[in-house]
Design a protein around this ligand. Structure first.
Ligand code: 5AD
Ligand code: SF4
Length: 437
């Protein structure tokens, strides 16, 4: 039996939605009177908010539990997130943790912690649509750039992916609750809001307004200066959303639209339901209305049976697009997914390594070129934190590049800068004027 915790620490792994969920769990525990601590080893309760997307991410949770047991103060351990959803009671059996709570059930965390304090391991992996949002405390204190989950789950069932199993079916949060939360975030200090969803551009309401309708409504919130959204699926890229990139000044010129691979045969085996060409045509339409848009994507190399020639098609797609930044991964078989059964086509580790290196060389080259092309441009920067040097502040350009500048502007200020230096991973800006302080 462990005493009722007084202090807690939340550690989030994986995607931005986990960051959002982690913040909300923190707010929930603070509302119960617990105090947050930055030091996991000093906390009475540690929440590991886990990621199941690749094997490496999953294994991290077990090594973290081991480390906490060794260096921590024998805390109560709660495993939350997608590993909790996927492995459920197995985690209690394997690692003797106190609480296991899935991504749709974390509003019940206080009760689960109370149950664990009374000596019984507590498990909740129910998936009641959007119930949790209504049960969470209001947003009070956030940084200048905040996340807001508007959509969860996925019905696409790409053959490599666990998300449809861990996050459930696609659901959209109701319009009004999103607008209310956005206003609360702005009141709490947010200048930029990134709308989150596994398929964020599948967001819709009964009236069929689509994500662009929601963005138009957010555009009217005074004090909100920037809007972003991620992650989108090519098949949900509606005309209205594309046009929104031309119509709405607050909508930042950035689109994360994963393609995963460049070969139609591989895309079909992945069950992506778009082709190389249909994907490229979407990007053409987006670029037609917003020529400066920064494009981003995700790639998987070494999907089962991927041949050398098929991998070359991924490289040629990358060369054709010219991405501003991307994420790229080696295929990782996930239990329960169709691709994990394709064992006769598994690509050897050294081939995957080589493909990933080659892909990343192309992506790094294009990122450096994209950054170089911003040299001399004038743009706004939202200041997010202090830099390492005295007087230096760090923020983001509209195209999501990191920009450092010397300024007396404060966190949360928007400044207009000239880009005076472009490096492969960041830019330097020279302040021209304060846009909003
Ligand atoms: N192996 C490797 N990468 C994966 N992703 C999803 N599932 C897997 C897997 N089994 C990648 C995809 C997705 C991103 C979030 O993670 O590129 O877009
Ligand atoms: Fe996974 Fe595909 Fe759904 Fe994205 S669209 S979350 S890759 S199943």
């Amino acid at each position: 039996m462990k005493p009722t915790p007084k202090t807690f620490h939340v550690k989030s792994f994986g995607c931005q939605m986990n960051v959002y969920d982690g913040e909300r769990m923190g707010e929930l525990m603070a509302a119960q009177g617990m105090t947050a601590t930055d030091d996991a080893n000093a906390a009475d309760l540690v929440v590991l908010n886990t990621c199941h997307i690749r094997e490496k991410a999953t294994e991290k949770v077990y090594s973290d539990i081991g480390r906490l047991r060794k260096h921590g103060k024998d805390p109560m351990i709660a495993v939350a997130g997608c590993v909790a959803q996927a492995e459920g009671a197995e985690i209690v059996a394997r690692a003797k943790v106190d609480v296991v709570v899935g991504p749709q059930a974390y509003h019940n965390l206080p009760e689960l912690v109370a149950q664990a304090a009374s000596g019984n391991a507590a498990l909740d992996t129910d998936m009641p649509a959007t119930a949790k949002f209504g049960a969470l405390p209001a947003r009070r204190k956030v940084g200048p750039s905040a996340f807001l989950t508007v959509q969860e789950g996925c019905d696409k069932f790409c053959t490599y992916c666990v998300v449809p199993y861990t996050r459930g079916a696609e659901i959209s949060r109701p319009f009004d609750t999103i607008i209310d939360e956005a206003k609360a975030l702005v009141d709490a200090g947010a200048r930029e809001i990134t709308l989150l969803g596994q398929n964020v551009n599948a967001w819709d309401d009964a009236a069929g307004n689509g994500l662009h309708g929601l963005i138009h409504a957010l555009d009217r919130i005074e004090g909100l200066h920037r809007i972003r959204y991620t992650t989108s699926h090519p098949n949900d890229m509606r005309e209205g959303l594309i046009r929104a990139h031309a119509e709405i000044g607050k909508l930042m010129p950035f689109l994360h639209l994963p393609v995963q691979a460049g070969s139609d045969r591989v895309l079909k085996a992945m069950n992506r339901s778009h082709t190389r060409d249909s994907y490229l045509r979407i990007l053409d339409r987006v670029r037609a209305v917003r020529p400066d848009i920064a494009l981003s994507g995700d790639f998987i190399v070494g999907f089962p049976h991927e041949s050398d020639a098929e991998f070359e098609e991924t490289l040629s797609l990358v060369d054709a697009v010219g991405y501003a930044q991307c994420f790229s991964f080696k295929y990782s078989p996930r239990p329960g997914t169709p691709a994990a059964e394709m064992t006769d086509g598994f690509v050897p580790a050294e081939v995957m390594d080589e493909r990933l290196q080659r892909l990343q060389a192309h992506l790094n080259r294009d990122q450096a070129a994209f950054n170089a092309a911003t040299l001399g441009k004038r743009c706004t920067v939202l200041i997010e934190r202090k830099g390492k040097l005295p007087g230096q502040m760090l923020g983001k350009s509209p195209w999501l590049q990191s920009v450092h500048l010397t300024t007396d502007a404060q966190i949360g200020d928007l400044v207009e800068v000239d880009i005076v230096r472009a490096d492969p991973n960041s830019l330097a800006g020279m302040e021209r004027m304060r846009v909003a302080a």
